[in-house]
Design a binder for this molecule. Structure first.
Ligand code: SAH
Length: 370
């Protein structure tokens, strides 16, 4: 790549006001930004030369200064159940993953927000890789742009990606600065125009950022709870030592109030003999009953070197039934793509670890930058 190309502005990283500003800096009217967005997001077009309703000299200028560049695909794997996983390049030595889960009535794209993760959750394969860097807004939005292209989306045709979940590699709220504009592009009617219920951010529980998120965007919130008490959660999700369950739940209820949302989805990974007893289910029900909460039970997906095992299905069903009997809404997440290591918690990518400070140690705030 030449130097000039390296300095090009990737338009996938600019939410509407930023794109308008960029366009006017190039000497064009801000409404050109709308046209650009139509081409990029509605038509999936990345070549300025093809954007025929833009003035020729404006196109030439864009050609020189800007680009629409999604992450590059390194490999693709397709599961027997139709789930697809792509390894995407972050740089010469590093990569992150993206997964598409087709269902009869929707297509869910699971995207990454960081190369690796600092949070060090005991049962997650990404945690074992350590952390290298945040993905840029262009790399986050670029995953959706790329998936549409790879999955054969046609302009004017039916949506291929109907739902986006930030449940891939990384902790999205630890990359707040880049994730928020990306979500805005997903929701923007000139962007992907997804409804706020079809964009879900999943967090391990960065409490201050949940409050900030409530002010900045309106999307669905999922929280990785995984334990009904602090003692156990401290072990499984170490960020809990900084932001314990009571604080976390308060932030969740605030989020729902602020956004007129329906409910927070609490993810709960089912670990054999660890957090899956009927007593745990009752404790969980006491915590959440009467609140706008839904439980999503995730059968644990194993990965090399893990000390955990998946709870047997009858145990998971009993756990769910106990929650339902106590008035909660609870579902079991169907495992998808596990034959290609594309299931929850199996995404590993390639990460050159730069973290010396791990969560759970004293200085954990250091790496979790807004
Ligand atoms: N860091 C964010 C986004 C990751 S979402 C978060 O923690 O929410 C991925 C979901 O899969 C999370 O709920 C995570 O806790 C869960 N998960 C992680 N490892 C898993 C595993 N091995 N099996 C099943 N679920 C897992």
């Amino acid at each position: 790549m030449t130097n000039a190309a390296a300095e090009r502005v990737n338009l996938l990283g600019l939410e509407r006001p930023a794109l308008e500003e960029y366009v006017s800096r190039l000497g064009s009217k801000p409404f050109r930004a709308r046209q650009l967005m139509q081409w990029i997001y509605k038509r999936g077009e990345g070549r300025f030369a093809a954007m025929t309703d833009l003035a020729k000299d404006f196109r030439a200028l864009l050609e020189e200064r800007a680009e629409v560049r999604p992450p590059e695909v390194i490999t693709e794997k397709i599961s027997a159940d139709g789930t697809r996983k792509w390894l995407l390049r972050a740089d010469a030595s590093q990569a992150f993953e993206m997964v598409f889960i087709p269902e009869p009535d929707r297509g869910t794209l699971c995207i990454s927000s960081q190369v690796g993760c600092v949070l060090d959750c005991a049962f997650c394969s990404t945690a074992q890789q350590g952390f290298n860097r945040n993905l840029t807004t262009a790399e986050i939005v670029g995953q959706v742009w790329l998936a549409n292209r790879l999955l054969g989306f046609q302009p004017g045709g039916e949506r291929v990606v109907t739902n986006v979940v930030l449940m891939g590699m990384g902790e999205p709220l630890a990359n707040f600065r880049n994730v928020v504009p990306a979500i805005r592009i997903l929701l923007d009617d000139l962007g992907y125009d997804l409804s706020r219920r079809r964009v879900t951010l999943s967090t391990s529980g960065l409490v201050p950022q949940i409050y900030r998120l409530a002010e900045e965007v309106n999307c669905a919130l999922a929280v990785s709870l995984h334990a009904p008490n602090d003692e156990l959660r401290n072990e499984l999700v170490p960020i809990n030592r900084k932001h314990p369950i009571a604080e976390l739940l308060e932030a969740c209820w605030h989020y729902i109030d602020e956004q007129n949302g329906r409910s927070v989805t609490f993810e709960y990974v089912m670990l054999d003999g660890v957090n899956d007893s009927v007593a745990h289910a009752r404790e969980l029900a006491r915590l959440l009953a009467g609140h706008p909460a839904k439980l999503n039970l995730i059968p644990f997906n194993p990965f090399p070197g893990t000390r955990f095992r998946r709870s047997p299905m009858p145990v998971i069903q009993r756990f769910r039934d106990e929650l339902i009997a106590r008035g909660l809404i609870a579902t079991i997440r169907r495992t998808r793509g596990d034959d290609i290591d594309a299931a929850c918690g199996q995404l590993a990518g390639r990460v050159v670890n730069r973290t010396t400070v791990r969560l759970g140690e004293k200085r954990m705030g250091v790496m979790v930058q807004p």
